[in-house]
Design a protein around this ligand. Structure first.
Ligand SMILES: C[S@@+](CC[C@H](N)C(=O)[O-])C[C@H]1O[C@@H](n2cnc3c(N)ncnc32)[C@H](O)[C@@H]1O
Length: 325
């Protein structure tokens, strides 16, 4: 585990640096800069350039301090990693040797009540990681009941989604829902004692669903993975840390397809990715998880999963083959 300057402790940091293994002369992209924990460790391994990307202006400000500290060896770009090709192209970069993604929100974002990510603190129901766009309050107050239930079911994997949506629609008929605590109370009333069996807060899944919807997190992940595939040079490494099953499933599916592990006719047949040459080789089978020591020091790490792969010389899959769902 890596320590960082800020209150965010990097998750699976040692494993990510081992997977990315920056070499002298290389260019490494940290697509989720956050507090810069990974970026600092990458820089310590001596590549020519580390590029940080983050959509959150406060993370970008931290990145500016890195620029001052590391000079020409570090560049901070503001934007979404789904757009990394155009962000990098604007700096004259069209190929890289490593891409790391550490998905989701940082501890700083989560703990700051004003950002609206936490149901434990009262704050405005916002949940935007950065930039303009619809807030969680916009979605909660303006979405038709059935669509709201689908968001909560699809992105929160919440079985009580219809009941929660019904309670939300009833409550917003009285007054717009604008605060995190108000929403958390509504969800708790809708679920009643059911969630206690899971030993998680009743609003956990609904808040996850809204955050994913507000930030188009699964769309970003699809675009980011495909962009990394196109940008990585042969031998380049991709490392992705996810925090919930929807993300991990998307990463697993992407890599299985690209590494030819899915749809191989038999284990004796040459491994082909749906008739195409594999564009990635897995660095290890399955997902790496944090050990007990890391979870003890940083309980938020417990659901983290790392998957990593190395780019082959084969061309990237065409975009039309993106079919995650
Ligand atoms: C879990 S934190 C990363 C922490 C970082 N690895 C560290 O060691 O400090 C995730 C960061 O990624 C950013 N982020 C999430 N999704 C993003 C996206 N699609 N594009 C750009 N940044 C994103 C968030 O704003 C947040 O700062």
């Amino acid at each position: 585990m890596l320590n960082t300057d800020g209150p965010h402790i990097s998750v699976l940091g040692r494993e990510v640096v081992e997977a990315i293994a920056p070499q002298p002369g290389e260019t490494i992209v940290d697509g989720t800069f956050g507090a810069g924990g990974y970026a600092r460790a990458f820089l310590g391994a001596g590549p020519r350039l580390v590029v940080g990307i983050d959509r959150d202006p406060t993370a970008v400000a931290r990145g500016r301090a890195f620029e001052a500290e590391f000079g020409a060896r570090f560049a901070m770009l503001e934007g979404c990693f789904g757009d990394m090709e155009s962000l990098l192209a604007a700096r004259g970069i069209d190929g890289v040797d490593g891409v790391a993604l550490d998905l989701g929100v940082s501890s700083m974002q989560f703990d700051e009540a004003e950002r609206g990510f936490s149901f434990r603190e009262d704050g405005p129901l916002d949940m935007r990681m950065g930039g303009p766009g619809r807030t969680a309050a916009d979605i909660v107050n303006e979405t038709a009941e059935e669509d709201l239930a689908n968001i909560i079911y699809d992105f929160g994997e919440e079985r009580a989604s219809r009941r929660i949506a019904r309670f939300i629609v009833a409550a917003r008929g009285e007054a717009p829902i604008t605060r995190t605590r108000t929403l958390a109370d509504i969800v708790a009333r809708a679920i009643g004692r059911g969630a206690e069996r899971d030993r998680i807060h009743p609003a956990t899944r609904t808040f996850q669903a809204l955050r994913i919807a507000v930030n188009d997190e699964l769309g970003e992940l699809d675009r980011g993975l495909a962009a990394a595939e196109r940008l990585l040079r042969p031998g380049g490494r991709l490392a992705v840390v996810s925090f919930h099953s929807l993300e991990d499933r998307a990463v697993k599916r992407f890599l299985s397809k690209r590494a030819g592990a899915e749809g191989a006719p038999s284990r004796h047949a040459p491994v082909r990715a749906g008739g195409r040459a594999p564009s990635f080789d897995l660095l290890f089978r399955g997902a790496a998880k944090p050990g007990d020591d890391e979870i003890r020091i940083n309980p938020r790490a417990r659901s983290a999963r790392l998957r990593a792969a190395r780019r082959t010389t084969a061309p990237a899959f065409p975009i039309t083959e993106e079919a995650r769902r």
